[in-house]
Design a protein around this ligand. Sequence first.
Ligand SMILES: Cc1ncc(COP(=O)(O)O)c(C=O)c1O
Length: 415
Amino acid sequence: MSSQHPKVKPQTAIFSKGYDPQRSEGAATPPVFRTSTFIFKTAAEGKRAFEIAYGLDTLKQGESPALIYTRVNNPNSEILEDKITGWDGAEAAAVFSSGMGAISSACLAFLKPGDTLVFSDPVYGGTQYLFRHLLPAFSIRTKHFPAGASKEEMEAMVRDDPSVKVIYMESPANPTMLVSDLIAAREIADKYSDETRKILVMMDNTFMGPIFSTPIQQGADLVLYSATKFFGGHSDLVAGIVMGRKELMGQVKVMRTILGSNSDPDTAWLIHRSLGTLQIRMEKQQENALKIVEFLRKHPKIERVAYPGLPEMGERQVEIWKRQFTGTGSIISFLVKGGEAEAFRVLDAVQHMKLAVSLGGIETLIEHPGTMTHSDMTAAEKLQAGITENMIRVSVGLEDPEDLMADLAQALAKA
Ligand SMILES: Cc1ncc(COP(=O)(O)O)c(C=O)c1O
């Protein structure tokens, strides 16, 4: 479909791209292919399928190898993978059993002992655990720069260190909402890459993508998602996605096969069902969030609101945001005047907002990053990253925004 009509917008392409109803009895929407294995027509067909899946040979133009085994590939994953490349024009995508499955598999595909990964700080709690504890346990070194750092600061981490192989960014950062300079990271990666080392730029685009941010078009090599969030959108599944160039994605998929981090057909089917409403959900959630941001900014019990594009985020933050994003999203962090006790009083008092981690679903979720999603960080690490005891993170859903503001107003009255 997309090749016949290259100009159609992603919101149109997703309804046809990647799925041929005639291969499924004309079913308007793909059936769930709940099978562990696939029957080859001939031994030669099986041999060829393995050559491709294990990266022993590359796909020929127009070739469509047989499916093998659901840990390797499955029609539901593949239909989804084809469709989701539509937003930012990635050549290929891979679906995972979770966002962490996607992130860990992508890192392990390109890093070996002695290599270094440089990351923007903070990142999601699970990701920072991987970077601060698990990768170093396998002799992969990690070091970080503050989210939103200048090009000079980032370059200083790469310039004299030939072991740097990956620049990893999460932008906006969970939970401080600071955006990072992807374009500068690309320039640095190009400047210090040569025949002996290729520095990859990886971007966790969970908070804004794929609707308000398309990092592949701005130079990221790999874009990663917790598909548990906006892609799934209904807090009823856990999944991850990696996208990028074909040659890199081949390596990512081999790692997925061997680590066993592929998604299952039912989950892939559910995400597929959510795609048609992804844009409208993200836009409406953003519209609701903007109202709540304005309400919070004026509230006497609020010390500061952290949300992309706000002048109080600082001039450089606004400048990066303008260059790299087309929206502000629906995740808001805010600091209540006081400390943990005041923040907890708000969290315990909300009635419509649900006290739960995760984000990006159609219902509003509220949490305390310092003691929940980012609890594993030390006090010093949290301080350095700006994760304070009075910080609350909200993922705004599709409830009536007036009701959400009234809910926050009565909860803040108890702070
Ligand atoms: C920005 C970000 N990346 C990755 C993850 C991990 O995703 P998952 O929980 O699907 O493994 C999360 C989870 O909250 C996240 O917020």
